[in-house]
Write a protein that binds this ligand. Structure first.
Ligand SMILES: [Zn+2]
Length: 160
């Protein structure tokens, strides 16, 4: 997730562990990204470097700002707050998206897996369009339906 845009998701059948993001970055990226900020970035770095150092050799692993307080004894090198270039970066965007998904729990609890996946895809696309509408030039109407999402954002801002 970058700039609060969701590029994909994975349906987890068990509890989250470092194997989940490892599979995502191994299967969906030709090589490891420059940087991964994750709630458990320190453990994930060990997991990833031990299993496929060739894929992640240039990746810097960091812990997000919210979860860093739980990392007693970890190297300060994993602390995303220690890097001035990340000062204004929201390192917790995945947590924000997770919270929104949690709010949908009662709606999706009785869906079939197929309907659940479709619902999450549509929800993610909708959330992405809301973010894109905030980022693109207000005069740029080259993205289909962008004006609809701009108006939706304006309506949401008035409700706050
Ligand atoms: Zn740690």
């Amino acid at each position: 997730m970058k700039m609060n845009i969701c590029y994909g998701f994975q349906l987890m059948e068990n509890c989250e562990g470092p194997g989940v993001p490892f599979q995502i970055f191994r299967q969906r990226f030709k090589e490891g990204p420059d940087e991964i900020i994750y709630d458990n970035g320190c453990s994930f770095s060990h997991y990833a470097y031990n299993r496929d150092p060739g894929h992640f050799w240039r990746t810097k692993f960091l812990c997000d700002k919210v979860h860093w307080k739980n990392h007693q004894g970890c190297s300060e090198g994993f602390n995303s707050s220690a890097y001035p270039y990340l000062e204004k970066v929201n390192t917790n965007v995945a947590e924000h998206r997770n919270r929104k998904l949690r709010d949908l729990e009662s709606m999706v609890s009785y869906m079939t897996t197929q309907n659940f996946v479709l619902f999450v895809k549509l929800f993610s696309a909708h959330e992405n369009m809301l973010q894109i509408a905030k980022m693109v030039d207000p005069l740029d109407n080259s993205i289909p339906y962008i004006s609809v999402y701009r108006k939706f954002n304006e309506m949401m801002a008035k409700q706050k």
